[in-house]
Design a protein around this ligand. Structure first.
Ligand SMILES: C[C@H](O)[C@H](O)[C@H]1CNC2=NC(N)=NC(=O)C2=N1
Length: 116
């Protein structure tokens, strides 16, 4: 039996271009995916995942924002990013699906791998 997908498997996948008409994960499917990523929070409505990175100072927060932006651009799947002194908050959702798809979890796992 194939063992459950792990973070490293997800991190080795590439995002599929967001095609319209793709159904988002159900809340149950999204919840099941959460144990394959580290430190992310599922939104109350189950449509997005966020991770808050905390740092001393502003420069590291900007660096993290740039890293998340670079990853999103490379994958063609873009995060929403908020940052300020001491923190950077990264959120993934699939806008074209109106919720979460595998792309969001792939990007989260890739970001986890970059900061590990
Ligand atoms: C045409 C282009 O691939 C799409 O507009 C992409 C761009 N980046 C995206 N990023 C995210 N997070 N969700 C999307 O639905 C999305 N769509």
């Amino acid at each position: 039996m194939e063992d459950a997908m792990t973070t490293c498997d997800l991190a080795n996948k590439e995002c599929e271009p967001c095609k319209g008409g793709v159904a988002p994960h159900s809340a149950a499917e999204a919840k099941a995916m959460m144990d394959q990523i580290e430190g992310w929070t599922l939104s109350d409505d189950g449509t997005a995942i966020s991770r808050r990175f905390e740092f001393k100072g502003f420069a590291k927060a900007v660096e993290m924002a740039n890293l998340a932006a670079w990853l999103g651009n490379k994958q063609g799947h873009h995060p929403d990013i908020g940052f300020g002194w001491g923190y950077c908050e990264v959120t993934f959702t699939t806008h074209e699906a109106g919720g979460l798809t595998e792309n969001d979890f792939i990007c989260a796992a890739k970001l986890d791998a970059l900061v590990a």
